[in-house]
Design a protein around this ligand. Structure first.
Ligand SMILES: N[C@@H](CCC[C@H](N)C(=O)O)C(=O)O
Length: 287
């Protein structure tokens, strides 16, 4: 057997190793994900996108075949620390770009599977990708602490869990070198933490500390969560509207509708190659 095929891609500099594995043959352990995402001993990325069919996924809870059709292309997303997450908004765009460029789907609109359910994607004439992000839910307030400062956060679920704090102080000055502190009962499975400034009407600036990764340069689900909170607070919005979100890695656009949302942004494939087989074997061992 030759080396193991991989690609590297990013969406607003939230970067991923893409592993094509249609039949689900790769033994993608937590150790291997950590090694792949390591920026010194591996390829380096915020996460791994394994490209497989829902029916080829190993049994896990919840069983992915109970969420999406077994023949659907399925985004098996892993955070850089090896943990599994339900959804990744930037990842879906990169994954969709790969499916299209590899000729695994036809046309400019299709549906793919994630642990958060099926997600429609559309390639736009300007080459951006729009993803159906489902219905984000706000679940009440929680306190989040960075150093000595406590922030009020809104708990938002976009398939995965977020804590959104819209703040007055410039987000550029918030220390995100460590995970913000929170009460475990507020987020029993952890959360992604977004700190947001309102720059002007319907324009937000956001920084994020991602669960299972650390600070990243963008988080698609996080931008949807931030827009959801912003629009819900906005007078006369009736919970519906759009927001452009500036992140360190670029800009995305979010539309919040009743019971639905979309995320639009770029998706780029940067490189492709083969993982060395002996590296892959050694990557199964803890360092
Ligand atoms: N970067 C992603 C979110 C990835 C998952 C997240 N870290 C989690 O654990 O929920 C995005 O673009 O949405």
């Amino acid at each position: 057997m030759g080396g193991i095929e991989f690609l590297k891609g990013h969406g607003t500099q939230n970067d991923f190793v893409v592993l094509p594995d249609p039949e689900g043959k790769l033994e993608l352990t937590e150790e291997r994900v950590r090694a792949l995402c390591d920026r010194r001993r591996g390829i380096g990325a915020d996460g791994v996108l394994r490209v497989t069919r829902a029916g080829a996924m190993p049994t896990e809870a919840p069983d992915v075949e109970s969420i999406v059709d077994r023949n659907m292309w399925f985004m098996d997303y892993r955070n850089a620390d090896g943990s599994i997450a339900e959804m990744c908004g930037n990842g879906v765009r990169v994954y969709a770009r790969y499916l299209r460029e590899a000729g695994l789907v036809e046309g400019s609109e299709f549906v793919l599977g994630t642990r958060a359910g099926a997600r429609g994607v559309v390639f736009n004439p300007d080459d951006t990708v729009t993803v159906d992000m489902g219905s984000p839910h706000r679940n009440g307030h929680a306190a989040v602490r960075v150093g000595e400062t406590e922030y009020d956060a809104m708990s938002v679920n976009v398939g995965n869990q977020h804590a959104v704090s819209i703040v007055e102080q410039p987000v550029a000055g918030i220390d995100l070198s460590a995970e913000p502190a929170y009460e475990p009962e507020d987020f029993p499975d952890g959360a992604n933490f977004e700190f947001v400034n309102v720059v002007s009407e319907d324009v937000l600036r956001m920084r994020v500390y991602e669960r299972g990764v650390g600070e990243t340069r963008s988080c698609g689900t996080g931008t949807v969560a931030a827009a959801k909170v912003y629009i819900a607070r906005k007078e006369n919005s009736n919970g519906v509207g759009t927001a452009d979100v500036l992140v360190p890695g670029g800009r995305v656009s979010v539309r919040i509708m009743i019971g639905a949302s979309t995320l639009t942004g770029p998706a780029e494939l940067v490189a492709r190659g083969e993982l060395d087989e002996s590296w892959w074997r050694s990557a199964a061992e803890p360092v």
